[in-house]
Design a protein around this ligand. Structure first.
Ligand code: AMP
Ligand code: TRP
Length: 352
């Protein structure tokens, strides 16, 4: 199977290869790690999660909570454990189908840290100390942990254990995936063919959602003014208030023109992403309306979509689905990781 995978590695745009005779299917493997910190915004939902939902089923997908990466910087332990369950529940509520992804907690698979150690011993100090994220984060706090330095090696372990083909990441993580590639190539050269060499897949944000108060900037969870940011778990009253007080302009035309009318254009984008209507269809639909009427329609749509997500979220949070999903994910990934771990130990020579 591994040989076949290599043969087909350069064929672009395939997701499933039907080898007919043996009815054997090979899917490309992707892996996504999510840090259980911070809140999820309407921008994350429209720009990233909805795209993941659209893509699901086309790849053999591993989705995990990078809780061990989260502790490379100080965390409140109660907050952190709450965030871990909350994040998985929210992703599932947003449409991530646990049947189509292997979902697990990084800390529940003990091989990640063990394999990370073996990789660390084959990674140079110079390589990790050059990482841009390390340089930025270590500047902010002089008492940074060693974990902050070795963070990208643990990330390499997350990826290399499962022979992942593609790692969808934002540009800020591209350098880390490149390090994972370098480590894999070096390890393979030294010990034989052990790891698949992964590629970063730079996630194109879907529609970029802007801050409602400051539509020239991206809606961001870390924004100082949360009035311009819709969080997925905001209540109805808050969502309506944020949308009704969104910055617009002094004209009265609902026309998509991001340069001259960034506020209205942002609302049109939100409306389009959630309704499926094109920008032109929206302009036409609201050509007689004023801004107040349009904002109310946008608010109705956002409240409608988020209330369904929130209802599912609380149901999932209070059901045993989460534990079932995580137990299955843990058992499956432990078996795969154990095999890789034993192979590495044997090749390195740390065995009886
Ligand atoms: P971040 O919250 O910056 O870690 O981003 C997580 C994912 O959400 C990335 O794929 C981003 O491109 C996407 N994302 C974050 N904020 C927005 C936004 N305002 N509009 C569209 N996509 C976004
Ligand atoms: N470092 C990533 C982030 O902060 C999270 C992460 C950890 C990850 N391990 C990974 C992402 C492996 C992709 C692959 O977003």
């Amino acid at each position: 199977m591994k040989g076949l995978k290599k043969i087909f590695k350069n064929i672009e745009n395939y997701c499933i290869i039907d080898l007919c005779e043996g009815m054997c299917f090979i899917m490309k493997k992707v892996l996504t790690g999510l840090q259980p910190t911070g809140v999820i915004t309407l921008g994350n939902y429209i720009g990233a999660i909805k795209q993941m939902v659209d893509m699901q089923g086309k790849y053999d997908s591993f989705l995990f909570i990078a809780d061990m990466h989260a502790i490379t910087v100080p965390q409140d332990s109660i907050e952190l454990s709450k965030n871990i369950r909350s994040l998985i529940a929210l992703y599932i509520a947003c449409g991530i189908d646990p049947e189509k992804h292997t979902i697990f907690l990084q800390s529940e698979n003990i091989y990640h840290a063990n394999i990370s150690w073996m990789l660390e011993c084959n990674t140079y100090y110079g390589e990790v100390s050059r990482m841009t994220q390390f340089k930025d984060k270590s500047k902010k706090n002089a008492n940074f942990s060693v974990g902050l330095l070795t963070y990208p090696v643990l990330m390499a372990a997350d990826i290399l254990i499962y022979d992942i083909d593609y790692v969808p990441v934002g540009v800020d993580q591209k350098q880390h995936v490149e390090l994972a590639r370098d480590i894999a190539i070096r390890f393979n050269k030294k010990y034989g063919d052990i790891f698949n060499v992964p590629d970063a897949l730079i996630t194109k944000s879907g529609t970029k959602i802007m801050d409602l108060q400051d539509p020239l900037h991206k809606m961001s969870k870390s924004s100082d003014n949360q009035k311009g940011v819709i969080r997925l778990l905001d209540d109805e009253k808050t969502i309506r208030k944020k949308i009704m007080s969104a910055t617009t302009d002094s004209e009265m035309s609902i026309v998509f023109d991001p340069e001259n009318k960034p506020g209205i254009s942002n609302l049109i984008n939100i409306y389009s992403s959630l309704s499926g209507l094109s920008l032109a269809e929206i302009e036409n639909k609201f050509k007689e309306s004023n801004y107040g009427t349009f904002k109310k329609e946008v608010a109705d749509l956002v409240v409608g979509e988020l209330s369904i997500i929130q209802k599912k979220y609380y149901e999932i949070l209070n059901s045993d689905l989460l534990d079932k999903v995580l137990d299955d994910g843990r058992n499956k990934t432990l078996a795969i990781a154990k095999e890789k771990y034993e192979l590495m130990k044997n090749k390195i020579g740390i065995h009886r």
